[in-house]
Design a protein around this ligand. Structure first.
Ligand SMILES: [Zn+2]
Length: 85
């Protein structure tokens, strides 16, 4: 009796969850400032954001809809989920 340590749900999951989110957000923010790679011709540094979520490659001329800050929409899904939460 009395040996059971009561840790609330926040104490158990809060810090761990916070760290992983912070890590992911930072990862995305770092990526935002790196030269993006074109998903069509794979050349880096030729991708430009023409509008929020709209990307174009100067080398191959492709334009595609991606994330607001990164050309890859997969990453956006990731990010959106954490922003909503
Ligand atoms: Zn390209």
């Amino acid at each position: 009796m009395g040996r059971t340590k009561v840790v609330g749900p926040a104490g158990k999951y809060g810090p761990r969850y916070g760290v992983s989110v912070r890590k992911r957000v930072r990862d995305i923010l770092v990526r935002r400032y790196q030269p993006h790679e074109c998903p069509f011709c794979s050349s880096a540094g030729t991708v430009r954001r023409v509008a929020v979520g709209l990307w174009t490659c100067r080398k191959c001329g492709n334009t595609w809809a991606g994330a607001a800050y990164t050309p890859r929409s997969g990453l956006a899904k990731y990010f959106k989920r954490y922003v909503v939460r």
